[in-house]
Design a protein around this ligand. Structure first.
Ligand code: ADP
Ligand code: ADP
Length: 230
């Protein structure tokens, strides 16, 4: 069953001045359990697509359906709740909270979800260990390298085991070893826990690991390649 579906989606920035067609009539579905890469040249609409299907920004025209719901019909707080309970986001800008330590940043969403304290702590530590930050639990973002901040952001997105994860260039700030390590973690969560992953990327090694590669060009679907036997 498609858990995410866009229908004739348009996103036009600066409609009143010099319009930029970031997405042009894009209709695409993603199924439960996918491990999919969205690729394409810079400016082709990858980030815009992730923002639309995550309900972070509003389409100019067209619809986004998630789990059978047209998300435009949700009230603002319903959308916020839905996102919090179901979606893990990894942003390019990390969006870590500067005054919180790594473990606090990772725990934050789970606290909002109302998870028991001991479980939050256990999960936060486990996932920070998995991304290689066992010795940075109590460091604030300013005390961490770019790559380490990236890994905290990833840990935060994965800790609550969301139904699906939207990741915008998740390996962009990582060296080769860290990038492969992250891919291993994501692939394991996908296979063992059935978490659905949709990530934008330029990274050839990440593209190789994806089971589906969706290519955007100029905001439109250019190619949709589903790999078999992987
Ligand atoms: P990608 O992630 O593939 O690099 P984006 O989705 O970021 O592409 O951008 C698609 C197009 O929309 C680009 O031409 C970009 O310059 C434009 N764009 C993105 N965000 C904005 C914005 N907030 N205001 C105006 N134009 C934007
Ligand atoms: P940078 O300092 O360039 O931002 P990172 O913080 O991503 O780089 O990585 C610093 C070092 O930690 C690298 O040598 C990297 O190979 C290693 N490293 C990264 N991720 C992990 C991990 N998950 N487990 C163990 N070591 C890691």
């Amino acid at each position: 069953m498609a858990i995410i579906r866009t229908e004739n989606l348009f996103k036009i920035y600066n409609e009143d001045t010099i319009p930029v067609f970031a997405l042009k009539d894009l209709s695409i579905s993603f199924e439960l359990g996918e491990f999919s890469a969205v690729v394409g040249p810079s400016g082709s609409g990858k980030t815009t697509l992730l923002n639309m299907i995550g309900g972070l920004d509003i389409p100019t025209r067209g619809k986004v359906w998630i789990d059978g719901t047209d998300i435009a019909t949700l009230k603002k707080n319903e959308l916020i709740d839905f996102r919090m309970m179901n979606i893990g986001f990894v942003f390019q800008s990390f969006n870590l909270i500067p005054v919180l330590t790594a473990i606090e940043n990772v725990s934050f969403i789970m606290e909002l979800q109302g998870m028991p304290q001991n479980e939050i702590k256990q999960r936060a530590i486990q996932v920070l260990e998995e991304v290689g930050l066992a010795d940075k639990l109590h460091s604030r973002p300013s005390e961490l390298s770019g790559g380490q901040q990236q890994r905290v952001a990833v840990a935060r997105a994965l800790a609550s085991r969301p139904k699906y994860v939207l990741a915008d260039e998740p390996t962009a700030n990582l060296d080769g070893k860290s990038a492969m390590n992250l891919l291993d973690i994501m692939a394991r969560l996908n296979q063992e826990e059935g978490m659905t992953f949709i990530f934008s990327t330029h990274d050839q090694r990440v593209i190789e690991r994806a089971r589906r590669v969706v290519t955007l060009v100029d905001g439109a679907l250019h190619e949709d390649l589903k790999k078999n036997g992987l």
